[in-house]
Design a protein around this ligand. Sequence first.
Ligand code: G6D
Length: 348
Amino acid sequence: MKIVQEQFAKFDGKIVTAYTMINSRGMEVTTIDYGCIITKILVPDRDGTFENVVLGFDTLEEYQKYSPYFGAIVGRHAGRIANAEFELDGINYHLAKNNNGNHLHGGLVGFDKVIWDTEVIEEQESMSLVFHYLSKDGEEGYPGNLKMKVTYTLNNQNELQLTYEGISDKKTVVNVTNHSYLNLSGNLKRDTLNHTLTLKSDQFLELDEELIPTGKILAVENSAFDFRSGRRIFDGTVSNDPQNVLAGKGYDHPFLLNVNNNKEIHLFDEESGRGLIIETDQPAVVLYAGTQLEENFSIRGVKSKKYLGLCLETQGLPDSLNHRQFPSAILEKDEVYQSITTYKFTNQ
Ligand code: G6D
């Protein structure tokens, strides 16, 4: 196992550093300390060919100009918050309105757009990058000085563990996830429409026209949202279900997970033989099928387009602050926030 460090860019008078973790099987994970962005994950296909399986760039300028959160940590609060406001203990908090008058993914300068302090930890059978950031009281409108720690750990079983921890000196809200866009075909050879997704989920959240949860929880039965026995992403693009249509002919929905840490999310690409099992302690996963990917840029030579990558964002429920029947994203003063998600890559 080894970690290679190199200068990636300069930003705001600081150096942005890229860290590449390489395990004993040859899997590589490259991350930059700007936004804890995962820029590349190299894993083998069934023939042992190592190729990249995430959407990412090789320059900071491209991230700043084109990236819809490629590979980034998003927070303080991932997902949308209606009208960019919420109330805590009688105080109304007003956040940045960065998405159709609502708040999305932590605002104008969220966790994805700051440089995190980084430490490298190398152990016998694993290596970790530990990122630290202090989100100051009032940053993007959120209350409390929130000390955040994000840890990416790669082991020799081709497993990448993502751990998010936080503690605040005031009651606040936290709902953090990683926003990697996955494409198991390898170096974006194909889009994700023939990827098969299996989800242990009986229910998903209904969204309104602005992709805000209405508060209604829908059953997946007899719909293109039923991934319990495995389903191609393609099905959502040809479904006339109003929920698939409003998501841009696809998916952009939170799914409630029936179980945790028990192979609850499985993505598979038949043609390459690459698979990804995601396990989490979080109550939900947002399946975003990349329906809003613009076509005005290229990604390492491949023209961006709808469905080129999909996101499986394990997290709490979006807009839970305005739907108190949802699991809460509220973090009490001095309470420890912790969320752990593991990506297990396979090839068969
Ligand atoms: C779009 O609605 C989607 C979000 O779910 C996604 O996170 C974002 O693009 C990048 O706004």
